[in-house]
Design a protein around this ligand. Structure first.
Ligand code: FE2
Ligand code: FE2
Length: 169
């Protein structure tokens, strides 16, 4: 068959090792998105006050986007012959997005969102770097997701800037 069968790229049998590494990275990304969905749901409901309304509306929109990202990561895991993990494998790590003691503490939420988005941007850049010339399809997908996260980060940095300008953060 040598010379006849076209290369199957990342799906080639001999590239199992690279696929496994990539699936681990994608699984971590999947869980990050799932935990972000949980955290953004809570933080789009809990906050009190007029100032909180903009944050609430913004997080409500983000929830749908992050859920879509989780689905994309899951679908890519499946395509790479992996299995999307079950809920019992989930480990929460977002200390920074736990509800604040005072529900009018909007700055706590803004900083938590910035931490979550910064973490996602770091991890997705690592995936893109790993993909290199190994897997352009995963790379392309993650670039699209990274674009969304950069937009989320920039928006919340803008919110924080406003609070800082008023001496509230
Ligand atoms: Fe996301
Ligand atoms: Fe995001």
């Amino acid at each position: 068959m040598a010379g006849i069968a076209p290369s199957h790229g990342i799906l080639s049998a001999e590239r199992q090792g690279e696929r496994d590494e990539l699936i681990d990275l994608l699984t971590q990304a999947y869980w990050m998105e799932i935990e972000t969905v949980m955290s953004y749901i809570a933080n789009s409901i809990n906050p009190d006050g007029i100032r909180a309304q903009e944050i609430i509306e913004s997080l409500e929109t983000d929830i749908q986007e992050e859920l879509g990202h989780a689905q994309l990561f899951g679908q890519r895991i499946k395509t790479l012959y992996g299995t999307v993990p079950g809920s019992k494998e989930f480990n929460a790590v977002q200390d920074f997005l736990q509800p604040p003691a005072d529900q009018s503490d909007v700055v706590h939420v803004i900083k938590g969102v910035i931490a979550a988005e910064t973490g996602a941007i770091g991890h997705y850049n690592r995936i893109i770097e790993f993909c290199g010339d190994k897997d352009p399809v995963t790379e392309d997908m993650v670039i699209g997701i990274l674009r969304d996260e950069e937009g989320h980060l920039r928006l919340f940095e803008g919110f924080l800037k406003e609070y800082q300008a008023q001496g509230l953060a």
